[in-house]
Design a protein around this ligand. Structure first.
Ligand code: CA
Length: 219
């Protein structure tokens, strides 16, 4: 899952990027409204954390432009404390949730997980497919109750597949959702991650659909 962080305060932006990175997300960053608008319009991000007070173009305007252009990714806005009309304006502009600054990172991560799973139509923080259970809260995966050891990229691939069970996911979809934009992407690595995951998951859990991509299948 790929998240765009839009925040002009370097310290908060770095803390957010570090926390999201350890939680298993690929992270794109923008520190002004113009870059944010371009990234959010062109990159298939799974969610956005959007500060409203931004240089060049304010967050509310960026959000309105995305929504007017039909961009539907979940957006969590960061607002100034005690500024209730900012929250109202943000929600009216198409924000899905808000957090007032200063916020607790754990709360932000929980709200982000909830936004992403609701966008995918999932009710629970635990995603299951047959014996495979992925806990999005702890970024952990188990099979039949036995914990798996996954690298961060193996986790990202499986997390994306688990959010789209039974659907064909192309290799380019996977690349776009497991790597941030500035990452040096090598499409062959997806095959390597899939091959490694297959060794760790039950037989037949990840199907190859010839010419189209991969599909996570239940028992
Ligand atoms: Ca700001």
């Amino acid at each position: 899952m790929r998240v765009l962080i839009v925040e002009d305060e370097p310290t908060i932006a770095s803390q957010l990027a570090a926390a999201l990175g350890s939680a298993g997300y690929a992270v794109d960053r923008a520190d002004n409204g113009i870059d944010a608008h371009v990234l959010g319009s062109n990159e298939p991000v799974d969610a956005v954390i959007l500060d409203l007070g931004l240089p060049q173009l304010d967050g509310l305007t960026v959000l309105k432009k995305w929504r007017a252009a039909g961009r539907t990714m979940p957006v969590l806005i960061l607002t100034a404390r005690d500024n209730w009309h900012e929250k109202v304006a943000g929600i009216d502009a198409g924000a899905d949730d808000y957090l007032a600054k200063p916020f607790h990172m754990e709360e932000l991560l929980a709200r982000l997980r909830a936004l992403i799973r609701r966008a995918g139509g999932h009710a629970s923080a635990e995603l299951t497919c047959g014996e495979v259970l992925l806990d999005t809260r702890a970024a952990r995966v188990s099979v039949g109750g036995v914990m798996l050891t996954l690298t961060s990229h193996e986790y990202r691939v499986l997390n994306y597949l688990m959010h789209h069970p039974g659907q064909i996911v192309s290799r380019s979809d996977l690349i776009e959702h497991i790597y941030a934009q500035d990452f040096d992407r090598d499409s062959n690595t997806v095959e390597v991650f899939i091959a490694r995951l297959r060794k760790k998951l039950p037989d037949g859990a990840i199907e190859t659909v010839r010419g189209l991509g991969y599909r996570l299948v239940g028992p």
